[in-house]
Design a protein around this ligand. Structure first.
Ligand SMILES: Nc1ncnc2c1ncn2[C@@H]1O[C@H](COP(=O)(O)O)[C@@H](O)[C@H]1OP(=O)(O)O
Ligand SMILES: [Mg+2]
Ligand SMILES: [Mg+2]
Ligand SMILES: [Mg+2]
Length: 353
């Protein structure tokens, strides 16, 4: 299969990073800071980014990475830096072979800062570039909802590999859209799913483990004959997508079930495995540009599970422009057969505004 080594590296790197995020998740203090755009970032975000980029740079030294975070705050804040360094050192896979694929532990604090800062690529249409969101849905992470560790490889601007680690999704109860929030999520028992896809080669899911990869199974979107029976997913945060427009679209489609609100790319993962049918993300702001790391992995996973993902006007998401999807507005993800019907209504609702 194409990109077999890249896929394996990405799966193990994401799995190792979830050891760290889970540890932070269970801790009382998550070391939360506020970024310049007022969005939250935690010690988990920094630690996971450092671990994943170190692994990429070990295996593919000349690849670039577009990562959400950087080391600026750590360079000026010693307490924060040593707190994260401790976590990073503790996050090792139980399996020596798997750990060796990732290049083993990061050597020292400098190595951690260098890895974090290697996520500053400007992106673009040429060459091999990884898109990394070390914790997607930080607000979900903080409130005890869903979050995802997201990694994708783009080659010449096209997403060819996507991996999503979803520590709070149920392993077995595949049909259930898990939106529970709070205490029961901190019990990792029975939770934690690793999703992956390679362009042209299908999508799989497997339980997250602490060592070598578990065996994977193919995932497919749910066949949906009657659109009125659809379940649609949307963000928890009303500031991230328009709940009003999404409700109007669902109404026009004759959908009667209430929306399922979930943080992070766990929405893409959930519809890809047949828990839910549609993911609607209609823009709130005229100026917000979606980030490539918030979509790259999810889009290839849904595509390989039998879905179509476009923006709200039906354009393919263009990952080749830079760090943001500046050529697109919103996201509509649906099974291939019904995507045109959904898109028609999305455009009607947007055009009537
Ligand atoms: N105004 C906005 N519109 C759409 N997405 C946003 C907006 N502001 C932040 N985001 C991003 O939405 C993602 C989470 O989506 P969801 O709500 O579906 O879980 C986050 O990565 C978050 O970025 P950030 O990392 O800056 O918080
Ligand atoms: Mg994100
Ligand atoms: Mg993030
Ligand atoms: Mg963020």
């Amino acid at each position: 299969m194409a990109y077999e080594n890249e896929l394996h590296l990405a799966q193990l790197a994401v799995q190792r990073a979830t050891l760290l995020t889970r540890r932070v998740y269970a801790a009382k203090s998550k070391g939360t800071l506020s970024k310049s755009d007022a969005s939250p970032v935690t010690i988990g975000d920094f630690g996971a980014q450092a671990l994943i980029i170190a692994a990429i740079k070990h295996a593919f030294p000349s690849d670039e990475v577009v990562g959400e975070e950087d080391a600026d705050d750590l360079r000026t804040n010693e307490a924060l830096r040593s707190q994260i360094w401790e976590l990073v050192q503790e996050a090792t896979l139980d399996d020596a072979e798997a750990e060796a694929v990732l290049g083993g532990p990061i050597k020292d604090v400098d190595g951690m800062l260098t890895a974090l800062d290697a996520g500053r690529s400007a992106g673009g249409a040429k060459g091999r570039i990884w898109a990394l969101d070390p914790i997607d849905g930080t607000k979900g992470f903080l409130r005890g909802g869903q979050y995802a560790v997201c990694l994708a490889l783009m080659v010449d601007g096209e997403v060819v590999v996507g991996v999503l680690g979803c520590p709070n999704l149920p392993v077995d109860d595949k049909e259930r859209l898990d939106t529970s929030i709070g205490a029961d999520q901190t019990d990792a028992e029975g939770k934690g799913v690793l999703f992956s896809a390679v362009l042209g080669h299908g999508a799989t899911s497997r339980p997250l483990t602490r060592g070598a990869l578990a065996e994977g199974t193919t995932i497919k979107m749910k066949p949906l004959e009657d659109i009125t029976q659809a379940t649609f997913c949307e963000s928890v945060e009303a500031g991230h997508s328009s709940h009003g427009d999404q409700a109007a679209i669902a109404g026009k489609l004759g959908i009667t079930k209430e929306s399922v609100r979930m943080d992070s790319q766990a929405k893409y993962a959930s519809i890809a495995r047949g828990a839910g049918d549609l993911y609607l993300r209609l823009p709130i702001s005229k100026t917000y540009q979606e980030k490539i790391w918030d979509h790259a992995a999810g889009v290839v996973i849904v595509g390989e599970a039998g879905g179509t993902v476009t923006d709200a006007w039906g354009k393919k998401l263009d990952f080749s422009i830079g760090r943001t999807l500046s050529g697109n507005k919103g996201v509509v993800a649906a099974p291939k057969a019904i995507h045109p019907e959904v898109l028609k209504v999305v455009i009607e609702v947007l055009s009537s505004k």
